[in-house]
Write a protein that binds this ligand. Structure first.
Ligand code: 2NL
Length: 358
């Protein structure tokens, strides 16, 4: 009896003193393992007389129970301590800025699209998007380009013919179909820009088969060329961050606008380089015009009630002019050195108050 009480005291003291899970495991084996002291006592019960077993049995089983419970309690205490120690060293400060921002960079095309969205948002324009795989009606027919229209051939279109479908679909050759979709689904007044990828089967040093375009569209009552000119001049001054920039409209032709105008921006020479703004000369930059009455009625609107203006410009070209890049093909090479040189920080969101490209 006292032997058992002594053994229990000894084991509980050893359990209490174990300061690692390994030390505790050694105590467990010394007591409850095959050769353990408690296991040895349990084995003696087989040789006892029934009377003796009735007295010793509960005592020995009580010892086993007490030691097992103490082992389990100590085990979870040690595990808990280990977890707390690990948590203390693995603390994360959620208020720190992400380090990824120091590695990745925003592609100049994305940067320019963000700048354009910011500038036009300030003038009340929403950003509209649409599918890159289009049908011929939205890409051509609704834009006053019937099947026989020579401009369809001029567009170097990528067509794709699905089995069982009557009409070939195509990769959009401009973002105009996005504006057509807006006009057929929303009531005027409409003020949108449609930025995105467009495709033409054409590639050399200055043309890539995929490039980026942004088009703008305003539809309302009483819209005239004055609105077009003010909007484009305000946009270009904000984009190139030059107040001295002026524009000039030259008569041109697009099937979807009447009248149509090519927009030139003024430039001047600084250290042998052209910079936008000033009075040194004119550079052609974008195409524009008053939306053709046939386009307005194709979208289910009455051209006697609603008028509008539209424009289109290449985003890649805007980026090259603003940030001084000379080779279009570098835009699509994915060269990390080029991106490091021309790319923008992921957290530098363009704002009008901070200067759009600051
Ligand atoms: C260019 C010319 C232009 C448009 C795009 C447009 C869209 C609709 C109706 C009428 Cl829905 N016009 N877009 C108008 C004039 C010119 O782009 O040279 N782009 C690079």
């Amino acid at each position: 009896m006292t032997d058992i009480a002594n053994l229990q005291d000894e084991l509980l003291a050893a359990i209490g003193a174990a300061d690692t899970t390994e030390a505790l495991e050694a105590v467990r084996i010394s007591a409850l393992g095959k050769q353990g002291s408690v296991s040895a006592l349990l084995k003696t019960m087989g040789a006892m007389s029934p009377d003796e077993r009735q007295i010793q049995g509960p005592v020995i089983n009580g010892l086993r129970e007490t030691v097992s419970n103490a082992l389990a309690a100590k085990k979870s205490e040690l595990e808990n301590d280990a977890l707390n120690a690990r948590l203390a060293t693995e603390q994360l400060d959620m208020t720190l800025p992400p380090t990824a921002a120091l590695n990745g960079s925003v592609h100049p095309v994305s940067q320019v699209m963000d700048e354009l969205a910011e500038i036009f948002a300030d003038m009340g324009f929403a950003v509209a998007e649409g599918p890159e795989i289009e049908d011929q009606w939205h890409n051509f027919t609704a834009l006053n380009m019937p099947e026989t229209h020579p401009a369809r051939a001029m567009h170097d279109t990528f067509y794709m013919q699905a089995a069982g479908e009557e009409e070939a679909r195509l990769l959009r050759t401009h973002t105009s179909p996005v504006q057509i979709r807006t006009m057929t689904s929303q009531e005027p007044p409409i003020r949108i820009i449609a930025p995105g990828r467009v495709y033409r089967s054409d590639s050399d040093a200055t043309h890539t088969p995929m490039f980026h375009q942004i088009e703008g569209l305003v539809i309302d009552r009483g819209i005239h060329l004055g609105h077009l000119k003010w909007t484009l001049e305000t946009f270009l001054k904000a984009f190139f961050e030059r107040d001295e920039l002026t524009i000039r409209l030259r008569p041109s032709y697009f099937p979807f606008t009447e009248p149509s105008a090519e927009v030139d921006v003024s430039f001047s020479m600084e250290n042998g380089k052209r910079i936008l703004g000033g009075t040194g000369g004119w550079m052609e930059l974008l195409g524009s015009g008053m939306v053709h009455p046939k386009v307005i009625s194709a979208c289910g609107l009455d051209p006697d009630v609603y008028q509008g203006f539209a424009f289109g410009v290449g985003v890649d070209r805007l980026a090259m002019l603003k940030y001084g890049m000379d080779d279009l093909r570098a835009f699509f090479d994915g060269d990390l050195r080029w991106l490091k040189h021309y790319g923008f920080g992921a957290l530098d969101v363009p704002t009008l108050s901070g200067g759009v490209s600051a």
